[in-house]
Design a protein around this ligand. Structure first.
Ligand SMILES: Nc1ncnc2c1ncn2[C@@H]1O[C@H](COP(=O)(O)OP(=O)(O)O)[C@@H](O)[C@H]1O
Ligand SMILES: [Mg+2]
Length: 334
């Protein structure tokens, strides 16, 4: 062990992307739980307005406010160590615009009136980049926020847009540069960009071991590497299926006759049919594991740290999230 706490020690803003459906929201939540050990305070942010975090934690829909939602994991395998707090926030562009007006112009009530006449739709329609800057702005503000000389949050985890949109989403300064060359939007964008393009921020990829998500992950990593200052983080392989048999037994073609004999001697009726089915599903399982290994090798070629999270067959509830969080801690991701 080195003196480092975990692989992402200096990182305070964890941006979690991935192809939709691969478990982005689930992994972001597990990472937040994992980071919230030893009394640490972590903010988990959702940016797509789907209330996925609330559902995951069995909580009522999140308002546009930071809410305590869970207690984190105990520290370093020490079950007795106190967990910290996970707060959650669902950001929508409208709330972010109001915040922005308040922060820079002290005109929250004017903002309210503006939203009534559709200002937000208007602003976000004429300047799609603006919505992104406002959302990332809220996340970076929470990351930098201080009270009494120390950070309010030890870490912020963002359940970010999917891989196909992530580089535009994070490339804030270039997205708004046509819109605003000078003025408050511009300097706000620059401040946001300074956090995002710093060692304080890492962009993690969630991926399943299938061809499409793997390809999207590799493409997404290449795109982000082309943006100066953005740190590509870890690859979180999710829902990997574990091997049910040792490799040598899986490699050997399953012998139906041997299986039938064994099943018969176990006193099972219909041993022959059962043996055929069993041999077929063993064959499929072996083939699936082979495909997984191939995709794993592809991901390894990206040269980023990888973590592996098992498929939780009972489905994801709070206990499942804590299991995934414990895995992340064991593997050094948090
Ligand atoms: N490790 C896992 N084991 C079992 N089910 C999982 C796991 N990770 C995610 N899921 C399930 O997969 C589905 C998609 O996950 P979700 O986090 O919502 O994906 P995304 O945010 O990428 O769309 C959900 O039903 C979730 O419960
Ligand atoms: Mg999601």
């Amino acid at each position: 062990m080195t003196a480092r706490d975990n692989d992402w020690d200096g990182v305070r803003l964890h941006v979690v992307t991935g192809k939709g459906g691969t478990g982005k929201t689930t992994v972001a939540a597990a990472l937040a739980l994992a980071l919230a050990g030893r009394g640490r305070k972590v903010l988990l942010i959702e940016v797509e307005g789907r209330q996925g975090i609330a559902r995951l934690f069995d909580s009522p829909p999140l308002p546009y406010a930071e809410r305590k939602i869970a207690i984190g994991q105990g520290g370093n395998g020490d079950a007795g160590a106190p967990g910290g707090d996970v707060f959650a926030l669902a950001i929508d562009p409208e709330g972010a615009l109001l915040d922005y007006l308040q922060m820079f112009y002290g005109m929250r009530s004017a903002g309210r009136a503006l939203t009534k006449v559709g200002m937000v739709d208007f602003a976000t329609a004429i300047a799609p980049g603006l919505a992104d800057v406002l959302v990332t702005g809220k996340a970076t503000e929470a990351t930098r926020r201080r009270a009494g000389g120390s950070y309010v949050y030890d870490a912020v985890v963002m359940d970010a847009p999917p891989t196909g949109r992530i580089s535009r989403f994070l490339n804030v300064t270039s997205e708004v540069s046509d819109l605003a060359k000078v003025g408050p939007v511009r300097s706000h964008a620059d401040a946001v960009s300074n956090v995002i393009r710093s060692p304080q921020t890492a962009v993690h990829f969630v991926c399943t071991l299938e061809e499409m998500p793997v390809q999207e992950t590799l493409d997404g990593i290449a795109e982000l590497r082309a943006i100066k200052g953005i740190q590509v983080g870890g690859i979180f392989v999710n829902m990997a299926r574990p091997a049910l048999l040792p490799p040598d037994q899986l490699a050997a073609a399953p012998d139906e006759a041997v299986l039938a004999t064994a099943l018969r001697s176990a006193g099972l009726p219909g041993a022959e049919d059962l043996a055929v089915h069993l041999a077929a599903s063993l064959g499929e399982h072996a083939q699936h594991l082979g495909l997984q290994d191939r995709e794993r090798a592809e991901l390894d070629s990206a040269g980023q740290p990888t973590y592996e999270l098992p498929l939780i067959t009972e489905g994801i509830d709070l206990a499942g999230l804590h299991r995934l969080a414990a895995e992340l801690r064991d593997q050094g991701a948090a």
